[in-house]
Design a protein around this ligand. Structure first.
Ligand SMILES: Cc1ncc(C[n+]2csc(CCOP(=O)(O)OP(=O)(O)O)c2C)c(N)n1
Length: 604
């Protein structure tokens, strides 16, 4: 049956669908182009969903989706009510986990394989993991636990994370390509020498020498120390090699690792040439005024003045805007790989020894490092700046990528300072302040800005031009209703006030989640009937919740309402506006709520 399939044709068609869809919808292009043959071979060899194929990060699951009943829906990728850019069990029984963070595949695969054995079931468990995700701490912990569990690990080695893969494991994998030459020689001998007279016994002789030759020629296999049988490396674009080796893996009664070499972006000349740029195609292109770009430029300016400043990224130099710093200060720049926890604790060491570390990490990935922040930074009260990028909605990527939990995870940790700027000008001011505070400081800011920061248009510049620790900014002084907003939501508060001219509004930009501006909050509570807080974060444990906690202890007759995201996982969508409409989080929804509240209160 396999011989009758024109794999080249299938692969070509899949690549065309991926290219066309990512052109209009954005998404992970280069990683997906690289695993087309591998995905076809996996589905040809195994019987998913009976056999369990688990993708690490799962950003490389497009061919898998196309091959598993979602070809007709693929044009809706990452769109509102469309299919997800990651695996999603809600969407298909072929997708096992909601996944978007690196390093989870091996742990969950071991779990499933152990459960299968305990329940006396019989299916294959296959973890597909990239070379960069392999370096993740969680993966290494899982490797240490594989023992004799029967499972198959497919290592998709393209030499890249988003940028070039870093660290000793990357170097080691590179060295393993020597196996490639060895395998070629072995296969050649098997194929041609056996047909010669006496060839078979010559081969047998060679095979007895195999282990000796292997240990002489090749670096010892890292994976074999963990109990996995190492196979490869093989050419991940050669269907015969893939099918033959996956069949071999299937027959093994122990953990095996198949090392597959692929080319990121394979099949598209642009993506092959610039795999880093084409890792992800963004619809909202990274414009000059994005928070990440401004952060990158400002940190370079500050580094010019202070030679102690060093920057750390966990494999996200481009996304966080740190590429500029990397170029200007290569010796002061550290890409530590997909290792957020290590990055934070590494920063603690740098700080203790006299440097001024700035770590730029996406809100959702920082969740991995909460204990490191608690234990290694806050408890030590070390002066480190954590730039929390992508705080708030990240519409296209969905629940694994929205940055909606960082405040709740961090604001209960003593010593931390947490702030959010209302625009990119204020981000610059906050970075300067954070360096001056000499404390552990987090600055959260969103991916997208609706407000292009225009100098001289910064609201109420006179009131508090400087960022003072724990001081909010009074934008408008009124007397009926007080709106306290965090970050860009202050512009939304101004819009609410414009739509409700019958009320006199006080509008405050909170600036600090921690320490909170108790003085201003108290004044507001004393002189207004209602306080509304607005933030781009979940309600529980967020900024509004901090305001409410403080005010509840003041025993004042004040009505408080928190505008924030509900206690549920927010799905992906074409854009943030669709999600705001879906969850009634628009200006008009807030206006309506305030009108209803005030109407009710006036009847009392
Ligand atoms: C914990 C975590 N940190 C960062 C990321 C961002 N990220 C998405 S894909 C990727 C690179 C993954 O590289 P690799 O596993 O080698 O797969 P490839 O894209 O090269 O196929 C990174 C860093 C993430 N998904 N999860």
């Amino acid at each position: 049956m396999k011989d009758s399939i024109d794999y080249k044709k299938v692969a070509k068609e899949i690549r065309e669908i991926i290219l066309e869809t990512t052109r209009t919808n954005g998404g992970h292009l280069a990683s997906n182009l690289g695993v087309v043959e591998l995905s076809i071979a996996l589905h040809q060899t195994f019987h998913s969903p009976r056999d369990k194929i688990i993708f690490d990060v799962s950003h490389q699951c497009y061919a898998h989706k196309i091959l598993t009943d979602r070809k007709h829906k693929f044009s809706t990728l990452r769109m509102t009510h469309g299919i997800s850019g990651f695996t999603s069990p809600q969407e298909s029984p072929y997708d096992l986990f909601f996944c978007g963070h690196a390093g989870t595949a091996l742990s969950s695969a071991i779990g499933m394989a152990v459960a299968r054995d305990q329940l006396n079931q019989n299916y294959h468990v296959i973890a597909v993991i990239g070379d960069a995700s392999l370096t993740n701490g969680l993966t290494l912990e899982a490797l240490n636990n594989i023992g004799e569990t029967r499972l198959i690990v497919v290592l998709n080695d393209n030499g890249y994370a988003i940028s070039k893969n870093v660290g000793s494991i990357a170097k080691y994998l590179n060295e393993m390509t020597r196996y490639y030459v060895y395998n070629r020689i072995k296969n050649f001998l098997k194929k041609y020498v056996t047909i010669l007279p006496g060839g078979k016994s010559f081969i047998r002789f060679l095979m007895t020498l195999k282990q000796a030759i292997k240990s002489l020629l090749l670096p010892s296999s890292f994976f074999e120390h963990y109990g996995l049988k190492y196979i490869g490396p093989i050419d991940g674009h050669n269907m015969n090699e893939l099918l033959e080796n996956l069949e071999f893996c299937k027959r093994q009664n122990r953990p095996v690792l198949l090392h597959v070499k692929t080319k990121k972006g394979y099949g598209d000349p642009n993506a092959e040439k610039s795999p880093e740029k084409m890792h992800g195609i963004s619809l909202t292109s990274h414009h000059e005024q994005s928070y990440s770009t401004i952060f990158g430029k400002k940190i370079c300016d500050l580094a010019k003045q202070d030679p102690r400043i060093v920057c750390i990224t966990a494999a996200m130099a481009g996304g966080t805007g740190l590429s500029l710093f990397q170029k200007q200060y290569p010796k002061r720049f550290f890409d530590i790989g997909i290792a957020e926890g290590h990055g934070i604790t590494f920063a603690a060491g740098l700080s203790k020894a006299g440097l001024l570390p700035v770590c730029a990490i996406y809100s959702t990935f920082l969740q991995r490092a909460v204990d490191n922040i608690f234990h290694d930074i806050a408890l030590q009260n070390l002066p480190i700046v954590i730039a929390i990028d992508r705080a708030g909605l990240c519409a296209n990527d969905g629940p694994t990528h929205h940055g909606l939990f960082d405040i709740a995870l961090l604001r209960n940790i003593p010593n931390l300072v947490i702030m959010q700027p209302k625009d990119t000008d204020e981000l610059e001011a906050m970075l300067e302040a954070a360096i001056e505070f000499r404390k552990p400081c987090c600055i959260r800011y969103p991916r997208e800005t609706k407000i292009v920061s225009i100098k001289n248009n910064s609201i109420n510049e006179k009131v508090c031009p400087k960022i003072c620790l724990g001081k909010s900014e009074i934008v408008v002084q009124g007397k009926d209703i007080c709106l306290i907003a965090l970050g860009e939501k202050v512009y939304l508060a101004l819009e609410i006030a414009r739509k409700l001219p019958q009320f006199s509004f006080t509008i405050i930009h909170g600036r600090f989640v921690k320490p909170l501006d108790h003085e201003v909050l108290l004044e507001c509570a004393k002189h207004h009937l209602s306080i509304y807080t607005i933030e781009d974060h979940v309600k529980s444990g967020g900024f509004g919740s901090a305001v409410a906690e403080f005010l509840i202890e003041q025993h004042l007759p004040i009505h408080i309402h928190i505008f924030a995201w509900p206690d549920t996982f927010i799905p992906h969508a074409s854009n943030n506006e669709d999600l705001e409409n879906m969850f009634h989080f628009t200006v008009d929804d807030m206006v309506k709520k305030i009108q209803t509240d005030q109407g009710c209160m006036s009847m009392l």
